[in-house]
Ligand binder design. Structure first.
Ligand code: 13P
Length: 253
């Protein structure tokens, strides 16, 4: 049985005070959770503050990226051990914005997965096709390439999360239809079965990301292979997070 995940990726938004307000307000208004795992990934500067303020709550904290290096002279980089030491449990890796603006390749993402796993942080590995790739019927090919190269020699075991984020749906308001997303989630699950095993394929949560919001999350979560959302814009407001958590709690896992 897989839980539903409501994971917020704040990207480069919010200040320290905003982070504190959000942490306190969301913690105060949380219902008791049976089915849902909540993850908030603030900017790395505020990961520690979020982890401290939500320590005894159902809110888990993640970073948005990690260095491939373990330590040393790499100005501005943040290591997996540093993230771990804040109390964070998760780390996003391979987000399309990192791939696009920072030239991250599948090979770099692969190295990042190794440092995260070595430091016992749970990766949230992002994959997804561009609009052009979808138009040219390359979606399956791109997804399989990102999985096989990103996960090369990775001994996959739980906990590990995969997020399918079609680039054309991110920040655009154009969500993939639940059926379109489900089709790719099933492809990912089948790939995990073929390349790892049935147990891994059935236990790894696969989240969908791309314009997820309170008005569309229910239909997405109802799909058998969609286990949650990796949410950008709609994760920035406490009320909309609370609404999505409530919807998730009411959906059978
Ligand atoms: P939006 O929800 O703003 O489309 O962003 C999705 C995303 O990139 C989450 O990682």
């Amino acid at each position: 049985m897989r839980k539903n995940y409501i994971a917020g990726n704040w990207k480069m938004n919010k200040t320290l005070v905003d982070t504190q307000d959000f942490a306190i307000n969301l913690s105060n208004k949380l219902p008791e959770l049976k089915n849902t795992e909540i993850i908030i990934c603030p900017p790395s500067l505020f990961v520690y503050e979020m982890a401290i303020l939500t320590k005894d709550t159902a809110i888990n904290v993640g970073a948005q990226d990690v260095s491939v290096h373990e330590k040393g002279a790499f100005t501005s980089e943040i290591s997996a051990a540093m993230i771990k030491s804040t109390g964070a449990k998760y780390c996003i890796v391979g987000h399309s914005e990192r791939r696009k603006y920072h030239n991250e390749t599948d090979e770099i993402i692969n190295q990042k997965l190794f440092v995260l796993l070595k430091n016992e942080l749970t990766p949230i590995l992002c994959i997804g096709e561009s609009a052009e790739e979808r138009e040219n019927n390359l979606t399956d090919k791109v997804i399989i390439k990102q999985l096989s190269k990103g996960l090369k020699n990775v001994e996959l075991s739980v906990p590990f999360i995969i997020a399918y984020e079609p680039i054309w749906a991110i920040g655009t308001g154009n969500t993939a239809t639940p059926e379109m997303a489900e089709e790719v989630h099933l492809l990912i699950r089948n790939w995990l079965k073929e390349n790892y095993n049935e147990k891994i394929s059935q236990t790894i949560p696969i989240l969908y990301g791309g314009s997820v919001k309170p008005s569309n999350i229910e239909e997405l979560l109802k799909q058998p292979n969609i286990d949650g959302g990796l949410i950008g814009g709609a994760s920035l407001e406490v009320d909309s997070m609370r609404e999505m958590i409530k919807i998730s709690e009411n959906i059978e896992v």
